[in-house]
Design a protein around this ligand. Sequence first.
Ligand code: BES
Ligand code: MN
Ligand code: MN
Length: 480
Amino acid sequence: MASPTLFLDFVDQNSDKFISRLGEAVAIPSISGDGSRRPDVFRMSAWLDGQLKQLGVTTKLVDLGKHVMDGQELPLPPAILGRIGDDPKKKTVLVYGHYDVQPANKSDGWDTEPFQLVVDEKTGRLIGRGSTDDKGPILGWLNVLEAHKALGIELPVNMRFCFEGMEENGSEGLDDLIKSEVAKGKDGWFHGVDCVCISDNYWLNSRTPCITYGLRGLVYFKLTVSGPARDLHSGVFGRMVHEPMTDLIQLMSKLVASDGTILIPGVDDMVSVADAEERAIYEKLDYSVKDVEEAVGAPITLSDDKVSVIMGRMRMPSLSLHGIEGAFYGAGAKTVIPASVSGKFSIRIVPPQTPEKIEPLVVQYVQQEFAKLKSKNKLKIENLHDGRPWIADYKHWNYEAARRATEAIYKRSPDLTREGGSIPVTLTFAESLGVNVLLLPMGRGDDGAHSTNEKLDRSNFIEGSKLLGTYLYEVAAVKA
Ligand code: BES
Ligand code: MN
Ligand code: MN
């Protein structure tokens, strides 16, 4: 059952209005990872709550308590639960999204102000932080609601919403909320949900839509090496004392090889080798080494073999070094010996890996390697946050509905993909609700989520809104 033409036309006719609403959302710098922006994350929750209410959604803002970030105690932004429709004859779809975004400063290399949505008429790009991750997709759902309200047509399904403001920071507090709602049984917010749809990932390339059935998990570590009671002058103390930075660099150099191999014993070994049948799945995808080169802006793939490059993201674990806190950073040539430095790295994990299996391997290895340095400095290892990997049954009717919707809107079959990124709550929904979860992306592979000049193409926003609406109709029509 395709979407009514009226709905599709409404989306086209109101595209400018929808884009200006995206502009409003982007203008609120709801950066969850920056303590000083916490009031903006709250402002964003109020804005989104207001929009939902206006569109006829009943909402409940759930206080998730407080947390400590970088030594500062902060209130967690609320989860926004919403519901519209209670027709027992209809299926019930739960939609998840996040209203927080990554940090962005013009000085990072943006061509435009990151928190001011720029509509580039020439390229059709809507440029701004959060445009694709994840404000554009969230607003896609609002567009669907608005069209139905304005046209006076009933939604084809009952809808439930769960929006959070801490996703970019490990979704703190959300798992507990979901579990406690589920524990309420019939009175819980998610009671009666038949399937979940999350629009928070991207096409593989910039041509072919996809639907996604897997995500990698994540374990994020912080290694702190401390020694002197204060920063030292390297001319005065150099070669007299153990230097924390020297030790830390040694440790960090032993985690991953330049070819991507994870050097922590036991981590790579946990994952099976792909057989010919599995390789064939990746071979079929509309994705090439050239696409990767274009997306990253340089010819630097780990291999020239398409399948091994794709598998690196979709079915292999990876370890990335992210940064060193406390090190000298910036202009000039300061001759300091930093007193305490923290190296941050994370491991993306795939089944059958879990944070519980990975963490002890990492801790033991790092401690062993530190002992070999014979340093008198102190080492501390912390797990900042983690999440398990997730894989769904893509033969489920939920995927069938998404495939049909994609074919209706884009006139082609979607690629079936696994993602390298993480959305920690996905597995929680799948397990605690016991229903199928689908990832239905709006944006393209070159959108630059988390990067400078993040964008969403106008056509992806508009056709993507139609896609989300059409998906609801296909869910209503498909045989469960
Ligand atoms: N939208 C992404 C998840 C994602 C990333 C999907 C790449 C597909 C490809 C999400 O907002 C995100 O950035 N997640 C974090 C989670 C982490 C902080 C636990 C991530 O993957 O780094
Ligand atoms: Mn996201
Ligand atoms: Mn993100």
